[in-house]
Design a protein around this ligand. Structure first.
Ligand code: GLN
Length: 194
């Protein structure tokens, strides 16, 4: 089984770990930079991106993570998507910059800050349940970025090479198609290496 880490500093990491197991992966919680060496892929969960950054500044975690995301499959959801983005606004903030998108934080406003919608996607099959919690909006995508789902004309699920990102929370729905796609991505990358 592919071994996939979930950054377990803050946020909904347990739900992601369970979702990965349901999608056929072995999941482990990553709490220290050294633990990145033991995983084939990584999920950066939702939560509060500023809190993640504060924590990551310790023990060279941010540098280890920069190295990891440049080379290994990584999936960022919500705050995790913000961490992967090349450009972050409202307010501007540091990021790993490995995914060619610009995101605006908390972009849907107070009224709309938690929403569940059914949406058709490029994953195939029936519409997918998408759970948004204080979601960022992807306002720009580079030429190498594939858009797999949209909301109000903005991408909400994207893919670029070995990177995936969602502005919603797939771990909070019972449908496993999104995690399955990431597990498949990790598998295909591991096969290239072997
Ligand atoms: N609003 C959060 C941020 O800016 C993200 C919200 C989430 O991950 N659910 O980091």
């Amino acid at each position: 089984l592919p071994k996939i880490g979930v950054l377990a500093i803050q946020g909904d990491f347990d739900a992601h770990a369970a979702a990965l197991r349901e999608a056929g992966a072995d999941s482990v919680l990553v709490r220290k930079p050294g633990e990145l060496a033991n995983v084939d892929g990584l999920i950066l969960p939702g939560g509060e991106s500023t809190t993640f950054l504060k924590f990551l500044e310790r023990d060279g975690f941010l540098h280890a993570l920069e190295d990891f995301v440049r080379n290994k499959p990584t999936f960022g959801t919500c705050a995790g998507c913000i961490l992967l983005a090349k450009e972050v606004t409202r307010p501007a903030q540091q990021s790993l910059g490995v995914l060619d998108i610009a995101v605006e934080r908390n972009a849907y406003g107070r009224q709309n800050d938690s929403v569940i919608e059914m949406s058709s996607t490029k994953l195939g099959g029936d519409p997918l349940e998408l759970v948004y919690i204080r979601a960022p909006r992807i306002v720009k995508t580079g030429p190498g970025v594939a858009v797999l789902a949209e909301r109000e004309g903005s991408p909400v699920l994207v893919e670029q090479d070995h990177i995936m990102a969602a502005t919603f929370h797939p771990e909070l729905s019972s449908d496993r198609r999104v995690h399955q796609r990431f597990v498949d991505l990790v598998r295909s990358r591991a096969a290239v290496k072997a």
